[in-house]
Ligand binder design. Structure first.
Ligand SMILES: [Zn+2]
Length: 448
């Protein structure tokens, strides 16, 4: 984020200059705060035999941090002497992005270096659905790097009608904070506020569906980062020689160009066939996840079974058959046409039979998923995937809790993210009846 932002419009340049000035002020404040806290910390060390008063306890976060920093051999803080030396810099110079993120957004952090990406998210009142999704997003490596390293700056579209770049900015700030490795946990209240501003449903403290949140978040991120809504759509080229699938994909790409689209979007063929006259209607549509049904008969199944159910098709009624010119029963089925680099699979546990209910089915999903088992057109670029994230839902419709299991690519280990608590988890514990959304990443160079 220290990279200067290049924007063509003067207005944006002025905005950036203004932003830079604000960041400078924040850094000065932060340095001053660090100096003051170091003094306090030294003072506390001198008084360490005296029991802490409640007011000291309240500020234990910063003390804890200072104490840790002093013990960190990487930091050039000399503390053999209890006397405070003003010539010694109290803290390692904070990264600009970290300062601006922490200060502008008030993450209300609990300090403590657990490792990069090993930071919990405080519950802001039933916000576990959001925390679960953010941890999965945060462990989507290309997306996390894009936000963390500031590359997204080039793409943010502050003029779009829906969220004006706000969601992208907030997600970037959260991701940067999570990967800074400074915090045991943070509260992403600003992201939640922005989300609530744009969708009333997420404003309060009610339980929400993490899949619905993911879908909306991805839409917003795509809009915020869509280069095509800023530039004009790509000119339609002559594509008569393209297949209908490729034509549909080209049309989609002409208006949608973002990292979200490149990573998460695939294409499927949707066929509706009249049960009376066999007339077919075929459309090619983009998808950002596959929403798989679960078998109704058993309480244990494999992901392959769910995938087959999804691809087998289902009976729909009241389809307007263009041939019969009447409402007919029909079979609607999907074929996967183009697989994305990041494959998100939603296990559709919730169903309606007068009441909303949840299936607690244990779905046996693989760590290594080979999509070649399913009806695919040949020449797929991505077919082999490995699991890196699971959003879990425990409980029922009435009340439940979300957690996330994510593989940290830096440490090559799985962690359980349960709101503010993060703990290492064994591979054997990843599969459970709570698995709700699965995140797979393509294994590169394995597209034979
Ligand atoms: Zn018909």
């Amino acid at each position: 984020m220290s990279k200067p932002v290049k924007m063509p419009e003067d207005r944006q340049r002025m905005k950036d200059a203004e932003k830079a000035r604000k960041i400078e002020v924040e850094i000065r404040k932060e340095k001053e705060k660090g100096r003051q806290e170091h003094e306090k910390g030294t003072y506390a060390q001198l008084r360490r035999d005296i029991p802490a008063s409640p007011s000291i306890m309240q500020r234990s976060h910063s003390y804890h941090n200072i104490a840790q920093m002093r013990d960190d051999p990487d930091l050039n803080v000399k503390h053999e002497t209890p006397h405070y030396d003003r010539t010694i810099k109290p803290l390692q110079k904070p990264q600009r992005s970290e300062v601006s993120a922490a200060r502008r957004r008030n993450f209300n952090p609990v300090w403590g270096n657990m490792g990069k990406g090993i930071t919990g998210l405080k519950n802001l009142g039933n916000s576990c659905y959001m925390n679960s999704i953010i941890q999965c997003i945060n462990n989507t490596t290309p997306l996390a790097l894009y936000f963390w390293k500031g590359a997204y700056h080039e793409d943010v579209n502050y003029d779009n009608n829906s969220t004006r770049g706000e969601v992208a900015e907030e997600v970037a700030a959260v991701v940067s904070a999570l990967w800074s490795g400074q915090y045991r946990s943070i509260a992403c209240r600003d992201l939640k506020n922005v989300v609530g501003q744009h969708r009333k449903q997420f404003q309060g403290c009610e339980q929400q569906d993490s899949h619905e949140f993911l879908t909306i978040l991805m839409d917003w991120l795509h809009e915020d980062l869509n280069k095509r809504s800023r530039k004009s759509p790509l000119k339609e080229t002559s594509n008569d020689n393209l297949s209908p699938a490729d034509q549909a994909w080209e049309k989609f790409r002409r208006c949608n160009e973002s990292l979200i689209r490149s990573l998460f979007y695939g294409q499927q063929k949707s066929t509706v066939r009249c049960c009376k006259c066999s007339e077919e209607s075929v459309t090619f549509e983009a998808f950002s996840d596959l929403s798989l049904p679960l078998p109704s008969s058993s309480n244990k199944c494999s992901l392959v079974e769910c995938m087959k159910l999804y691809l087998n098709g289902e009976k729909i009624s009241g389809w307007n058959c263009p041939c019969c010119k009447e409402k007919r029963d029909a079979i609607k089925k999907f074929d996967i046409w183009r697989l994305p680099p990041i494959l998100v699979i939603h296990l559709n546990r919730f169903y309606h039979d007068g009441w909303w209910r949840k299936r607690q089915t244990y779905v046996d999903f693989p760590f290594n998923l080979d999509m070649r088992h399913f009806s695919l057109v040949p020449d797929q670029r991505y077919v082999s995937y490995k699991l890196y994230g699971v959003s879990n839902h425990y409980g029922s419709m009435e009340g439940g809790h979300y957690t996330a299991y994510c593989k940290n690519e830096l440490y090559n280990k799985w962690y359980k993210f349960d709101d503010h608590e993060v703990s290492e988890i064994s591979n054997n514990d990843i599969r459970s009846g709570a698995a709700y959304i699965l995140f797979y990443t393509a294994i590169s160079g394995n597209s034979s």
